[in-house]
Design a protein around this ligand. Structure first.
Ligand code: DGJ
Length: 739
C-alpha cells in the first residue's frame, strides 16, 4: 500500500495490492480525477486520461482557449461557476450572496494511518501500517476558505475512505449550503445502479435499473437514514453478476439526512456523489471555525457483487465496529416484546426467563413498557424510572433476579430520543422537543422528538440512563427510535442556524452513544428504529448489531436479510425466531425454517417458550446448541449469496471459514412444488482440492460442489416428509467439514 506523488505531472496515486485511485491537479488548480479500479502500475503521469476537446456551447475559464472546460473534466471536488454545470461537491454562500467558489490546490501531505473525525463515526486503523492518508488542501482565495480533503487507502480493504474539512480562514461568516463527502467521476455510464429500498417491515430490497441520463438518487429527509432507502448503492457493469465483473459500492457512514446520486451527462460521463442531504441544510461557519463532513466509502471489486459485499463485511466488522463486543461471540437472547407487548409483570418475565435459561439462552431482554406510566404507547416515554407497580424492586431488583435466580444476563430497552406528551419529562420541559414556533407539531406513534441538538437535553437523557445502568446489572441495551422528524426547528438556536438542526440532532445522538459506550464499555448495544429504520454504518460504529426488521416472518426475513447482506455483515443483523402464526403476516412457517433463517444473523428468540409443545421445546434446545457450536464461523466467515429469494422459489446462502475447512449452507424452499425437476446448488468459496463431508455423511470434493453442485432435490423432499407444520416453507442446513 502506498501513496505516490509525481511532482511534474501533479499526479497522486493511491494503491494497495489490488486497487488504484489516481488524481491530479488540473490546469486551473482544481482537483481532477483520473482513475479508480483494478490496480495499475505506477507511472509518472496518467494525465493522458484527462482529455480536452473544443465543444461548442461549452464555457472556458481561459480567454483564447476553447478546449479547456471543467464541464468535460473528471473531477474530485467540483464547484459551480468554474464552467461545470453538473451538480457540485460544495456550495458556500458568502455575505454578498454569491455562491461561487474557486478551490485551487494549495498543499498536500501524506501520513500513515487515518484521521479521526471529531464527533463522527468513521473507519479506523489499529496500527500505522494498515493505511495511508493523502490530505490535499484547496484554497478559495477570495473567501479565505480552506477545503481539506482526506483520501485513505487501506492495506487490507479495497476501499477509499474520504471526508472533507472546511475551515473558514477568511474574515466574514459564510454558509455551507452543500458539502458532498465523496465525488467520483467516471468516464462512461455503462452501469447498472442498484439501490436498497423498502418500508417498515420490508427493509433493503435490492432494486436495479440501468443508469440513464440525468440525475438518479436516493435520499432521506426524515432525520434518520430511514426504512425507505439505505445509504448504500452499487454500480456494476451490466455483465457483472454476484461472483464476477467490475462492481463499485458507495456507502455513507452517516445516520441522518443523506443523499447518494449519480448524474449522467449527455456525453455519457457519470458523477456519483454522497453526502449530507442539502435539503434544508445550511451551516453557519464563522471566521476561524471548522466543519467536518461525514465519511464516505467507495469500494471496488472485480469479483461481482458478492466480492464487493465481502469487502464491506470485513471492513465494517473489523474497522468500523469497535469495542469489547466487536470480535466476541454474541449472546443468544430472548426478547419479551412479541411474547407480552405491554402486558407483563415481574412474575411473568421471570417465567419467560426461567424457561429460556433451561433451553440454553444466555441473555434476557426486557423491551418497551417497564418505566414511568408506560402501559401503552401513548404515555410515559422519557421517564426512565421503573414502574414499581409491575417491577416492585425496580430494574435493580429484576436484573438481580434474572442473573441470580435465572442464571442469565440482563438487557434493557430504551428509546432515548423520544418523549410522550403524557410524561413528567414533557410536563417539566415542554420546550425540549423539536418544534417550529406558532405551528403544531406532528406526532408519530403518539410521540415527539427530543431536541438532541441541545447539549442540556442530551445531558439530561445521559444522566437518567446512566442512573438506571449504574443501579442495575445491565449487559445489553436495545436503543430504539420509532418516528421520523417533522417540523425540524430548535428554539435554542437563532434563525440563521436553523439549517443546522437536522445535522446537530444526529451529532447529539452520536454524542450520547459515545458517552454511554465509553462509560459502560462492556454493555452490548443493539440499535433499532422500528426495526431497520436506522440500519446504517454510522450507527454500527457505536452498536455492533442492529435489529434488522420488525418483520420476524421467516420467509420475509429471507428477503430482508438477503438484501441487507449486500453491505452489512451477518454479525450486525439481529435475527430472532418468533411464534406462529407470525404477528406481522399471520403466516405459519416450520420452527426449523424460522431457526434456519435466524441462524444467518445474530440469533435470538422473540416469544414465550412456555407456550411451545415439548417437541418444539426440544427443537429449540437443539437450535441453541447448534448456534453455540457454529456462531463463530457464521459471524467471522465469508458469506456467499447463492440463490436470490427475489428471483425464484428457492433461496440459498452459505458461510465459509477463512481457512476453508468449514462451511455452513442454508437452503430454503418457499412453496412446495408438485412433480418438480431435479435441483442442484452450486456452492462457492470452497477449496477445490479438498474433500468435504456433508452433515457427517457423504463426502464430495470442493471442485464437485462448486462446479457440478450439491444435489438438493432429495434433501428438500426429505424435509417435507418430516413432521413439520406444512409442506411449504421448508429448509435445510448443510454443514461441511474438510477431511
Ligand atoms: C419497535 C421495535 O422495532 C420493536 O422491536 C419493539 O422494541 C417496539 N418498538 C417497542 O415499542
Amino acid at each position: 500500500m502506498a501513496v505516490y506523488f509525481h511532482g511534474e505531472s501533479s499526479n497522486f496515486h493511491l494503491s494497495n495490492d489490488r486497487i488504484s485511485y489516481i488524481l491530479t491537479v488540473l490546469r486551473n488548480g482544481h482537483l481532477g480525477h483520473l482513475y479508480f479500479g483494478k490496480k495499475l502500475p505506477d507511472r509518472e503521469s496518467y494525465n493522458y486520461l484527462q482529455e480536452e476537446a473544443l465543444r461548442p456551447m461549452s464555457s472556458n475559464p481561459y480567454e483564447g482557449d476553447r478546449k479547456f472546460s471543467l464541464e468535460h473534466c473528471l473531477q474530485e471536488f467540483p464547484v459551480y461557476g468554474s464552467s461545470d454545470y453538473r451538480e457540485p461537491a460544495v456550495e458556500i454562500r458568502l455575505q454578498n450572496g454569491s455562491r461561487i467558489a474557486d478551490p485551487r490546490f494549495y498543499s498536500h501531505r501524506v501520513y500513515t494511518g487515518k484521521p479521526i473525525l471529531e464527533g463522527l463515526p468513521a473507519t479506523y486503523t489499529e496500527s500505522s501500517d494498515e493505511a495511508e492518508t493523502l490530505e490535499i488542501t484547496l484554497l478559495d482565495s477570495v473567501s479565505g476558505i480552506h477545503f481539506i480533503l482526506s483520501f485513505t487507502i487501506f492495506r487490507d480493504y479495497d476501499v477509499i475512505a474520504r471526508s472533507c474539512k472546511i475551515c473558514n480562514g477568511g474574515n466574514e461568516p459564510v454558509y455551507i449550503e452543500r458539502i458532498m463527502s465523496f465525488t467520483l467521476d467516471m468516464n462512461d455510464s455503462d452501469y447498472d445502479w442498484i439501490q436498497f429500498s423498502g418500508a417498515w417491515a420490508r427493509e433493503r430490497f435490492p432494486e436495479k435499473h440501468r443508469l440513464h441520463k440525468g440525475i438518479q438518487s436516493i435520499s432521506s429527509t426524515r432525520g434518520h437514514s430511514g426504512h425507505m432507502h439505505n445509504p448504500f448503492i452499487i454500480l456494476k457493469r451490466p455483465s457483472a453478476d454476484e461472483h464476477q465483473g467490475d462492481t463499485f459500492g458507495f456507502s455513507f457512514i452517516y445516520s441522518g439526512n443523506f443523499i447518494i446520486q449519480a448524474e449522467v451527462d449527455t456525453y455519457g460521463t457519470t458523477r456519483t456523489q454522497m453526502g449530507i442531504n442539502p435539503f434544508q441544510f445550511s451551516w453557519l461557519l464563522k471566521p476561524g471555525e471548522t466543519f467536518t463532513s461525514p465519511e464516505g466509502i467507495a469500494a471496488y471489486s472485480p469479483a461481482g457483487m458478492n466480492g464487493l459485499s465481502g469487502i464491506f463485511h470485513r471492513l465494517y466488522r473489523k474497522r468500523l465496529a469497535r469495542g469489547f463486543w466487536r470480535d466476541r461471540e454474541r449472546p443468544i437472547l430472548i426478547n419479551n416484546w412479541e411474547a407480552t407487548y405491554f402486558d407483563f409483570n415481574e412474575d411473568k418475565l421471570i417465567q419467560i426467563a426461567e424457561k429460556a435459561h433451561s433451553a440454553g439462552i444466555e441473555l434476557f431482554v426486557l423491551d418497551d413498557g417497564w418505566f414511568g406510566s408506560r402501559r401503552d404507547d401513548t404515555q410515559g416515554l422519557g421517564d426512565w424510572v421503573a414502574d414499581r407497580g409491575i417491577l416492585p424492586d425496580g430494574i435493580a431488583g429484576l436484573s438481580r433476579r434474572i442473573e441470580e435466580e435465572c442464571g442469565m444476563k440482563f438487557g434493557l430497552w430504551f428509546e432515548p430520543e423520544m418523549v410522550n406528551k403524557k410524561s413528567d419529562l414533557y410536563r417539566n420541559h415542554p420546550d425540549w422537543i423539536l418544534q417550529t414556533p406558532s405551528r403544531k407539531s406532528c406526532h408519530g406513534r403518539h410521540q415527539f422528538v427530543l431536541d438532541f441538538s441541545r447539549k442540556d437535553v442530551v445531558d439530561y437523557i445521559y444522566n437518567s440512563m446512566a442512573a438506571v445502568i449504574k443501579d442495575s446489572r445491565i449487559s445489553y441495551i436495545k436503543w430504539d427510535m420509532n418516528r421520523s422528524i417533522t417540523e425540524c426547528y430548535s428554539t435554542a438556536y437563532p434563525p440563521e442556524q436553523q439549517g443546522e438542526i437536522f445535522h446537530r440532532y444526529i451529532l447529539g445522538v452520536y454524542d450520547l452513544y459515545n458517552r454511554l459506550t465509553t462509560e459502560f464499555p462492556h454493555i452490548l448495544f443493539e440499535s433499532c428504529a422500528s426495526g431497520g429504520g436506522r440500519f446504517d454504518p454510522g450507527i454500527l460504529f457505536y452498536a455492533p448489531q442492529a435489529w434488522t426488521s420488525d418483520d420476524t416472518d421467516a420467509v420475509e426475513r429471507l428477503k430482508i436479510q438477503y438484501g441487507t447482506s449486500f453491505c452489512y455483515p451477518l454479525s450486525s443483523m439481529g435475527a430472532h425466531v418468533s411464534i406462529t402464526p407470525n404477528h406481522q403476516l399471520n403466516r405459519n412457517t416450520p420452527l426449523s425454517t424460522r431457526g434456519n433463517t435466524a441462524l444467518f444473523g445474530v440469533f435470538g428468540y422473540e416469544l414465550d417458550l412456555n407456550r411451545l409443545t415439548d417437541t418444539e421445546f426440544r427443537e429449540v434446545k437443539s437450535q441453541i446448541e447448534f448456534v453455540k457450536k457454529h456462531r463463530k464461523l457464521i459471524h467471522s466467515g465469508t458469506f456467499y449469496r447463492l440463490l436470490s429469494p427475489f428471483k425464484g422459489n428457492e433461496a440459498a446462502w452459505m458461510v465459509v471459514s477463512e481457512d476453508k475447512t468449514k462451511a455452513i449452507v442454508g437452503c430454503y424452499k418457499i412453496l412446495n412444488e408438485v412433480n418438480e425437476g431435479f435441483k442442484r446448488l452450486k456452492l462457492q468459496g470452497l477449496d477445490e482440492s479438498r474433500l468435504y463431508k456433508i452433515n457427517g455423511k457423504e463426502t464430495f470434493s470442493g471442485a464437485e460442489l462448486m462446479a457440478a453442485g450439491l444435489v438438493i432435490t432429495d434433501l428438500l423432499r426429505d424435509s417435507v416428509e418430516q413432521e413439520e407444520a406444512g409442506a411449504d416453507f421448508q429448509s435445510e442446513i448443510y454443514v461441511l467439514n474438510a477431511q
